[in-house]
Design a protein around this ligand. Structure first.
Ligand SMILES: *[C@@H]1O[C@H](CO)[C@@H](O)[C@H](O)[C@H]1NC(C)=O
Ligand SMILES: *[C@@H]1O[C@H](CO)[C@@H](O)[C@H](O)[C@H]1NC(C)=O
Ligand SMILES: *[C@@H]1O[C@H](CO)[C@@H](O)[C@H](O)[C@H]1NC(C)=O
Ligand SMILES: *[C@@H]1O[C@H](CO)[C@@H](O)[C@H](O)[C@H]1NC(C)=O
Length: 404
């Protein structure tokens, strides 16, 4: 009798707690073995997970796998977690992925979690060589078609935890039209001379959080496109790379406002820019960029640590005749310290057509070769709180051209 009760109790216990555990779909059950291409196995597992009415976890355990591409879509019936602990390798040759611009692509999912100590290796070295004038690239079609490691598109309530994006052929991560997407403990890595390997690029998205992450890559660590609202970047290390950039904006008439950006407790090391806003002159867009807060930032030998550039015109290939039509308002730089790689620690070049307003420099304390840096400003009168360099007109000598 006692035994029977024990069995019943443990049965109830398992039934109760077992039900709360997500179902686990190991990739091996779908034929996804290490050292083989798991594209088909993943798609089959995804389809099963997506049809499940209870939470499901897809597991890719330790090991090295090949993946041609993933292009999976919701909506699904319940939350899905994809836990990757292995190393996933992209094809070296762009041609092997027919027409794809994003190698690992998720669309229209609510409550997706991508987690684990896994590495997604875009194997970009050969493509970078071709882009930078090395041995001819065997691929066909324009370079712009070269695929990115990750595409997170039209996702809600999504978390990317741990996980590494490595050596993408193009941008490492694209976030497009997402609501409430968080990167936590994410790592991005590529050499500093790898072309166009922006870390996380986003557009038309709300409530994007990038936390406790480490981004070292060949282009912007984080680049913020139009329609970004409520972005938080906190406890992030950036470098090598081109820094944290808003823009460039202005080229497309239908671009949407950028509002609400908090960058806090970040360190930028040896990057081309620190925190930057850039807009093109002589272009049609009339949007507003507002409520930007850059706070508690350490710069380590950063070339342009604090820069607003509304005459952004790399390689001088554009017409500066007409000023940018983009309004920049309510921007604060607070507790920014460390070392600059140039004398001009602060550059605020605002539009002659729509000057910046509400710009605050609050304890901006940067040095170049041991001496305080200077600030070059036009079409803006920043409020100064605490220590900050006084504005000088850009004058005859133009500000150091920021890197593209
Ligand atoms: C995401 O949220 C938006 C806005 O609430 C909604 O229109 C869309 O259908 C949601 N998408 C998914 C996949 O749940
Ligand atoms: C954002 O998404 C996460 C993960 O699904 C969820 O836990 C959190 O409640 C969401 N936040 C909001 C404000 O909906
Ligand atoms: C932005 O975040 C704040 C605070 O977290 C919230 O109150 C506000 O509704 C958010 N705005 C949008 C557009 O999501
Ligand atoms: C600031 O970020 C670093 C990681 O770069 C982290 O170790 C530290 O705890 C953070 N500090 C605060 C006060 O959050």
């Amino acid at each position: 009798m006692k035994i029977n009760i024990a069995i019943i109790v443990s049965f109830l216990f398992l039934a109760h707690f077992g039900a709360a555990q997500p179902g686990v779909l190991d990739i091996s059950k779908f034929g996804g073995a290490p050292n083989s291409d798991i594209s088909q196995a993943f798609t089959t597992a995804w389809n099963e997970a997506c049809a499940s009415t209870t939470a499901v976890k897809i597991m890719i355990p330790d090991g090295t796998y090949k993946l041609n591409s993933i292009d999976v879509k919701g909506p699904c019936k319940a939350p899905i977690e994809v836990q990757v602990d292995g190393t996933i390798q992209a094809p070296v040759n762009q041609d092997e992925i027919k027409g794809a611009d994003q190698w690992v692509k998720f669309m229209y999912v609510d409550q997706l979690t991508l987690s684990g100590k896994g590495v997604f290796d875009g194997q970009g070295t050969e493509v970078w060589k071709a882009k930078t004038g090395g041995p001819a690239w065997s691929g066909k079609g324009p370079m712009s078609k070269v695929f990115m490691n990750f595409g997170f598109n039209f996702l809600n309530n999504t978390v990317i935890r741990d996980i590494t994006s490595k050596d993408s052929k193009n941008f490492q991560v694209m976030v497009f039209s997402c609501n409430n997407i968080t990167f936590d403990g994410f790592t991005i890595t590529a050499p500093k001379d790898s072309p166009n390997t922006d870390g996380i690029h986003m557009g038309k998205s709300t409530d994007v959080k990038i936390l406790n992450s480490n981004i070292g890559t060949g282009d912007d660590c984080i680049s913020v496109g139009d329609g970004t609202k409520n972005l938080t970047v906190q406890n992030v290390k950036c470098g090598p790379g081109h820094g944290i950039s808003i823009g460039s904006l202005g080229k497309i008439e239908t671009e949407e406002n950028v509002e609400g950006v908090l960058v806090k407790n970040c360190t930028l090391t040896e990057t081309d820019n620190g925190v930057r806003v850039k807009t093109w002159p002589n272009e049609p867009a009339t949007l507003t960029i507002s409520d930007l807060n850059f706070e508690d930032i350490t710069m380590v030998n950063v070339k342009n640590p604090v820069i607003i550039d509304q005459e952004y015109c790399p390689w001088n290939q554009c017409n500066k005749q007409n000023p940018s039509k983009i309004k920049i308002t309510k921007v604060s730089f607070k507790n920014i310290q460390g070392t600059s790689g140039t004398e001009e620690g602060v550059v605020l070049i605002c539009s002659a057509g729509v000057p910046c307003d509400g710009v605050e420099l609050n304890n901006v304390d940067l040095t170049f070769n041991g001496a305080p840096t200077v600030a070059k400003c036009s079409n803006v009168t920043p409020t100064v709180v605490g220590k900050a360099p006084a504005c000088q007109a850009p004058g005859a000598a133009p500000a150091a051209a920021p890197a593209a």
